[in-house]
Write a protein that binds this ligand. Structure first.
Ligand code: FE2
Length: 162
């Protein structure tokens, strides 16, 4: 897998790990510390895909429809995220909303890894892949995200939110 997709997959793995922690901590109560991390990782990851991956995909006939479809899925995820963030922290409806958020994101991640990444890697030219790699790396630096290759077990923590 090209480095550009490896970095996106690292984000996915990080998200999966946080979901696992959230479920383990859970029951009916939401662990807000974990939720804050989920929100931060998802915000950064969706931003990178929407500004770098999807626009590059849209230049290709074979990828365009999928990029638009996945962009819509992000909008759904953001809406759920917004609803959860807006609710009071002790709101009993947060837990089910967080569960649907996680399910929605997991389905989206699976589709991206199974359908979009392999096809994009086949269809895109070498220089487009390199362009994406460089852009993702600099976006990560700007956002303070761990560097590629550290692996999900060795990731640096995300900066605390104000
Ligand atoms: Fe993704």
């Amino acid at each position: 897998m090209h480095d550009a997709f490896m970095m996106l997959k690292e984000d996915h793995d990080r998200i999966a790990l946080l979901f696992k922690q959230s479920r383990a901590s859970g029951g009916t109560k939401v662990n807000h510390q974990i939720f804050d991390q989920i929100r931060s990782v998802l915000d950064n990851h969706t931003h990178i895909e929407e500004t770098i991956l999807y626009p590059t995909c849209e230049k290709h006939q074979e990828l365009k429809r999928m990029a638009l479809e996945f962009n819509d899925a992000h909008a759904e995820v953001k809406e759920l995220m917004f609803q959860i963030t807006r609710s009071a922290r002790d709101d009993a409806n947060i837990a089910p909303k967080l569960r649907s958020l996680m399910e929605r994101v997991e389905a989206h991640i699976q589709e991206e890894e199974e359908r979009l990444f392999p096809l994009a890697e086949k269809v895109m030219r070498r220089n487009e892949l390199e362009y994406m790699r460089a852009e993702i790396e600099s976006a990560r630096r700007r956002l303070g995200i761990w560097t590629h290759g550290a692996g999900p077990g060795a990731m640096q923590p995300y900066p605390e939110e104000d």
